[in-house]
Design a protein around this ligand. Structure first.
Ligand SMILES: Nc1ncnc2c1ncn2[C@@H]1O[C@H](COP(=O)(O)OP(=O)(O)OP(=O)(O)O)[C@@H](O)[C@H]1O
Length: 141
């Protein structure tokens, strides 16, 4: 259990759920959590879904033409954008859980998270355009 979770539960009236007590490391349970989080993000957030839909074909083409540097770059850009979007969504959900009323500090937190996602979108889009045109040129040769 991480320190922040323990801290959050410290002054809570409800008892801490049992699953947070378990000290053992379960890789398969972690994997299940990762996929269920990704699934939830894809079905609930269009901005996550369309980035996956755009990245996967370019990744497959670069894989088929065995351009390993391109595969690596697209994987990096896609991983970065998905991570940024997932963190942004998680922060937004947490903010809305903590405070539904208008609050300047919530606005600042959401703006900073959105800025991080925005920078990642820029890098991802440039990478995808450059890689897409590079692969297109290769196909024509
Ligand atoms: N509770 C709040 N108090 C003050 N400002 C807020 C609050 N909620 C949202 N905002 C402002 O509105 C902006 C948009 O917030 P919102 O939660 O609607 O995200 P969003 O732009 O819809 O993100 P996404 O499209 O990824 O869901 C924030 O960046 C912030 O500036």
């Amino acid at each position: 259990m991480s320190k922040p979770i323990a801290q959050a539960y410290k002054n809570h009236s409800k008892p801490m759920p049992k699953k947070f007590h378990k000290p053992a490391y379960h890789p398969f349970r972690k994997l299940k959590v990762v996929f269920s989080g990704l699934y939830l993000a894809v079905i609930s957030d269009f901005s996550v879904a369309y980035k996956l839909v755009l990245s996967v074909p370019v990744l497959i083409v670069s894989f088929m033409v065995r351009q390993w540097v391109d595969v690596t770059l697209i994987l990096l850009a896609t991983g970065m954008i998905l991570s940024a979007e997932l963190f942004n969504s998680a922060i937004e959900i947490l903010c809305d859980f903590v405070e539904l009323q208008e609050n300047d500090r919530i606005g600042t937190i959401k703006d900073i998270a959105a800025a991080a996602a925005g920078i990642s979108i820029f890098v991802w889009a440039v990478t995808l355009i450059l890689e897409g045109s590079h692969l297109w040129q290769l196909q024509k040769i």
